[in-house]
Write a protein that binds this ligand. Sequence first.
Ligand SMILES: CC(C)(COP(=O)(O)OP(=O)(O)OC[C@H]1O[C@@H](n2cnc3c(N)ncnc32)[C@H](O)[C@@H]1OP(=O)(O)O)[C@@H](O)C(=O)NCCC(=O)NCCS
Length: 264
Amino acid sequence: MVNLSLNMRNEQVGRGLDWHTPTSLPALEAGQAHVWRVRLEAWREQGDLRAILTEDEIARAQRLRIPEKRADFVTARAALRTVLASYIGLTPRQVELAYLPDGKPQLADPLMAARLQFNLSHSGEWMLLALSRGLPLGVDIERIHPLRAQGWALAQLFNRAEREVLNTVPQAYREAAFIAAWTLKEAVGKADGRGIRAQADTTDLLQAWFSQDEAQPYRYGKLAGYSIAQFNPAPGYCAALALAAVQPVQLRFLNLEKARIETV
Ligand SMILES: CC(C)(COP(=O)(O)OP(=O)(O)OC[C@H]1O[C@@H](n2cnc3c(N)ncnc32)[C@H](O)[C@@H]1OP(=O)(O)O)[C@@H](O)C(=O)NCCC(=O)NCCS
């Protein structure tokens, strides 16, 4: 039986995170990862962001039937292009992207892709964009919401050992724990590029984390050969970042504000 402790209160994880709003682009060194947090709504208010997108991306946006999904895609893509452009010294529209077989985007130029890895995720009003120097990575953010089909979801998404750990969580925190655990699987799958098909087994990690006592800005551990951090990027949201790194990676948490992008 897992010793359930303070740290089961998932909202504690991330409370001490220091989100810095830089006025210029911070240097991204080897052994570091930058995690940018973007409030989609604030970005949308800047005007028509489609001017930043390529024709392919505008066509893809038009194929999304749900207006909110379409708006989120356009906003996330504009933010992605703006940030990548800053790191590589191009304009947002000049950034060329390519896709791995299961859809993972990366920089089209293989040399650039080897030097600057990125991954993004959006949920509700937030987007996270993570970057590293050459370390494949995956990020996932999920809004903590009532799990209407909880029984089905637990059965489908987690193996028996994982379910046993999750089922020991007090009811009040179970949805948050479930969604936090889900972000771990997604982050590893996205680092790997196969998405949810990668199916990392989170049992050991969940057991280790859920038996820790102290609240901390983020949890850090190993999962399926990846270094993984889990945190709450905003009230009501869980997130995880997986990096193909053997050594611990220094994480910097950064706010992306549209008004400041031009100076970045
Ligand atoms: C891709 C996947 C990880 C997305 O997860 P999600 O929680 O729905 O969405 P998120 O917001 O976290 O991530 C979406 C972003 O991840 C990136 N992404 C897409 N496919 C990816 C992959 N295989 N690996 C890593 N990142 C991927 C994209 O940037 C995407 O953003 P965009 O649609 O605005 O370009 C999930 O759908 C999955 O595992 N799919 C399996 C692979 C698959 O079926 N691909 C479809 C091929 S047609």
